[in-house]
Design a protein around this ligand. Structure first.
Ligand SMILES: [Zn+2]
Length: 98
């Protein structure tokens, strides 16, 4: 869906028409969340313990409130859903192949 169409209809009118995956993308700014890997593996020992050594630490900018944040991604080979710690907006991180 084009951005123009989305703006024209308003997000809430069109959301229920779309598959869940697309809804998530609209809610997280219309595209995959961009993030940077800061530490791989994570330097957070607790996160590493919980994830059996899989955890990484990422930084990202919340598409809802524009705040720069960091978080632990315990299982970076699986999608991660969380709410922004500041504005509680929905965030969706997808693994990428690097
Ligand atoms: Zn936010």
């Amino acid at each position: 869906m084009s951005r123009q169409l989305r703006d024209l209809l308003g997000v809430h009118e069109v959301l229920h028409l779309l598959p869940t995956r697309l809804q998530t993308r609209l809610l997280t700014g219309g595209c995959e969340m961009k993030y940077e890997v800061i530490n791989n593996p994570s330097t957070d020992e607790e996160a590493l313990r919980w994830s059996d050594g899989e955890a990484i630490e990422i930084s990202f900018t919340c598409p809802h409130c524009d705040t720069d944040l960091t978080t632990q991604w315990l299982f970076p080979d699986a999608d991660m859903y969380l709410d922004c710690m500041i504005c509680h907006g929905a965030l969706h991180f997808e693994p990428r192949g690097d």
